[in-house]
Design a protein around this ligand. Structure first.
Ligand code: HEM
Length: 456
């Protein structure tokens, strides 16, 4: 992509605060990164990950860092009435009381994007520790988040263009250190640091998501390479696209293997009963759970606070956009959507983008706005139809595997008894809902069928 082309595309995009951050990143322009990648905080080697672990926050924000560290292992779920959790209640109350007593720290001097990302991650952990360690008071319709957390997390989220709640980026993109600091980031050289539940299953889940995200960097390279082709009409270009599509199919198969390996490291019961309750965000309308009230923040300002979901992984969205997967059922394709497809929340994927870092969302908008489509090129050149369809079939298989995982980890568990070391109060109505509050099966089958429909 030449710079002029890239800038004209940028003009299409809405001007938001995050553009200021992008400008500050340009200082690090190097030969192996295109201007677009710099503008969208996408690294040539680490993709949506920052290239290095985030630095700890400077003073006076040390109290946040300390509180996040203190909470780990010492706070239990507020709704867990097991002896172990009850023994942690007093510590939890003292921790929350300290958080309430903090001054509201001014974040306006945090201009560096890496500090802002770190601040979001630390505050998101504190927010979820605060909310989920609080015992639910029956009949109380609201849960108040103190000003000391509410005001800074909203400010930092505004600066980053993301939601004031724990997101996929907090748990996966910004929550790691290098095992061997002298070596570059890779799936073998990453260790997830902060956990809500303290359960190793949580760490393993972040590691699997991280492995997918890192493998996905190779997909981003293929996408960038397609976007930068001078032409898509000559024989050399067609041959290159065919080779890249074949490589993309292999990458997706490797992603599928990572999904399959989840069963070896992530325990379904621990995932559902120990980890998942900590991730839940502010309840959607109609839920019996108390609504979150961000104290000191104008009413209606916080519109999105649903909690993290791997549906917020920018790499998976980039792949869908590149292949022109029509999640919103806007295009006339075969087979026509089933009755179940029509009932699915077709706006889910788009909504998940609001939880991504703003620059990454803009990268996806830039991909969407590009007039160049690999599906269109494959439609025009019969020799590319097979390679394109093979990629789509590989992605459909990946989604099939994901559905089987969700059945095991969410649907089956939602009908099972909790493990003996946890005694939770009433769960969310028995239906299998995703962390984003969705009915998981219908949604995921809709995504799988939308993928199939991209076949030429
Ligand atoms: C134990 C493993 C996993 C479980 C139980 C699980 C569960 C779910 C659920 C319930 C949804 C529905 C949406 C929601 O409410 O969040 C979902 C969506 C999604 N998940 Fe996962 N997930 C797992 C692993 C992963 C991993 C490792 C990734 C890769 C980054 C991933 C990527 C996605 C994507 C992209 C969606 C959006 C729907 C789609 O693209 O089909 N999931 N997941």
């Amino acid at each position: 992509m030449d710079i002029g082309n890239c800038l004209s595309l940028l003009n299409f995009l809405s001007a938001v605060d995050v553009r200021q951050l992008a400008r500050s990143l340009r200082g690090s322009l190097t030969q192996d990164r295109t201007l677009c990648q710099i503008d969208f905080d996408v690294d040539a080697n680490t993709g949506f990950f920052p290239p290095r672990p985030l630095p700890r926050l400077p003073e006076p924000f040390g109290i946040w860092e300390q509180a996040m560290a203190d909470a780990q292992g010492t706070l239990g779920l507020g709704d867990d009435e097991s002896p172990e959790a009850l023994a942690k209640r007093a510590t939890g109350e003292q921790w929350r009381s300290r958080v309430r007593s903090w001054p509201v720290l001014d974040t306006s001097d945090l201009h560096d994007i890496r500090y802002l990302q770190r601040a979001h991650m630390v505050l998101a952990f504190i927010l979820h520790f605060y909310v989920h360690s609080t015992p639910t008071r029956d009949g109380c319709p609201t849960l108040h988040i103190p000003r000391s957390i509410a005001i800074p997390i909203v400010a930092v989220s505004d600066a980053l263009g993301t939601a004031p709640v724990m997101t996929f980026a907090d748990t996966v993109l910004w929550n790691w250190e290098l095992i061997r600091p002298e070596m570059p980031l890779s799936a073998d050289n990453i260790r997830y640091v902060n956990l809500l539940s303290g359960n190793e299953t949580e760490r393993a889940f972040y590691a699997s998501s991280g492995a997918i995200e890192l493998k996905g960097v190779e997909m981003l390279q293929i996408i960038e390479s397609f976007m930068s082709l001078p032409s898509t009409a000559d024989l050399a270009a067609i041959n290159k696209i065919a080779r890249d599509l074949s490589h993309l199919k292999t990458i997706i198969e490797e992603l599928t293997d990572i999904f399959l390996a989840i069963k070896e490291s992530v325990d379904p019961k621990a995932f559902y009963w120990h980890c998942r309750p900590w991730w839940v965000g502010s309840p959607s309308d109609g839920s019996s759970k108390p609504r979150w009230v961000f104290e000191g923040v104008a009413d209606g300002k916080v519109k999105y606070a649903a909690g993290p979901s791997a549906g917020q992984s920018s790499v998976m969205h980039a792949l869908d956009i590149f292949l022109d997967i029509d999640h919103k059922l806007q295009k006339k394709r075969q087979p026509t959507p089933s009755e179940s497809n029509k009932k699915a929340d077709i706006g889910f994927m788009e909504r998940m983008r609001l939880y991504m870092p703003g620059l990454h969302r803009e990268y996806l908008q830039y991909l969407t706005a590009s007039p160049r489509s690999v599906r269109d090129v494959a439609q025009r050149h019969p020799s590319l139809r097979g390679p394109y369809n093979d990629v789509v079939a590989a992605l459909k298989r990946l989604r099939d595997v994901h559905i089987r995982i969700v059945t095991l980890y969410v649907v089956t568990q939602s009908h099972s008894a909790p493990p003996s070391d946890i005694q939770m109060k009433e769960r969310d109505g028995g239906r299998a809902r995703g962390t984003g509050g969705m009915e998981a099966s219908t949604l995921l089958k809709h995504g799988r069928d939308a993928t199939t429909r991209a076949m030429i």
